[in-house]
Design a binder for this molecule. Sequence first.
Ligand code: ATP
Ligand code: MG
Length: 328
Amino acid sequence: MQRVFSGIQPSGELHIGNYLGAVRNWVALHSEYECIFCVVDLHAITQPYEPKELAPRTLEMAVGLLAAGLDPERCTLFVQSHVPEHAELAWALSTVAPLGDLERMTQFKDKAAREETVPAALLNYPVLQAADILLYLAEKVPVGEDQLQHLELAREIARRWNARFGTALFPEPQPVLSKARRIVGLDGNAKMSKSLGNTIGVLESPEAIWEKLRPAMTDPARKTRRDPGTPEICNIYALHQHFSTPDEVEHVAQMCRTAGWGCLDCKRLLADNMIAALAPMRERAADLKAHPERVRGVLGRGAEHCRRLAGATMARVREAMGLAPRSA
Ligand code: ATP
Ligand code: MG
């Protein structure tokens, strides 16, 4: 059975972009593949963060993923820093990762532009990501569109390492994209991102969802209720495609073009449908939050399983790279 690996940072709340772009696919792949999913806390510390908040956020992200449908009986879920081999392999891979490629990464340039001092870890982020995937010799990686560039680099790193050390140990991991490969944030402009604060969380209350949708950006041509709009350029219309029925989507488009509805009417329908779609996840999350020991149990078993797999890969990596064997 082919192996799937993917990860998510505990850098904020699990949002509908993460869910529609990646996590929904994680759930869909359970039956066909051996799936390993990871809360990547070592990636999250490449951005400014509050140490006291990291562990609770890591647990919350695990709750969110389980609530979103990951089944711990049929997949492995763990925390990246609980398997130290991720950092060890990242170092080994950084010996073949081209600096020029790392500097060209869009995510690096975007995130670096927001920092006064750019940490080296932000530059090396894609090397650690390559290590996450290659450590488990994973062949498929379900991600959103923003990660395609990093995955291309992971393939390049795998090829270079295999060529340099004369073994075909690492497969070249391929992306698996969903239909919603890039969800735009509430600003109507940038990718929905935890670190940009333009998100709707999958576990948010109905009131919070409405409070966020109400002021969200729409077609700027609709300055007043009577101005007709162009649904195709409106992010609210884009979101309807993922939460509303085809009939509703058609109706929304018609009401926008003819100014039959104001933007708030359109947003109200979206909010109602979104709230209904997310309700089962909120319920499951409430149940899991009441039993944190269950979540810790899942993560503990996951890490144990992954340490075994990671140990086996690292033994082969050390040998191929000529590192002196450890004495017993
Ligand atoms: P950060 O802003 O801290 O980078 P993020 O919101 O981009 O956070 P990640 O943890 O980096 O979330 O990504 C987790 C997964 O969600 C990845 O597979 C990524 O491609 C996917 N993803 C993130 N944002 C979107 C989006 N707006 N649309 C579709 N997929 C997305
Ligand atoms: Mg991201």
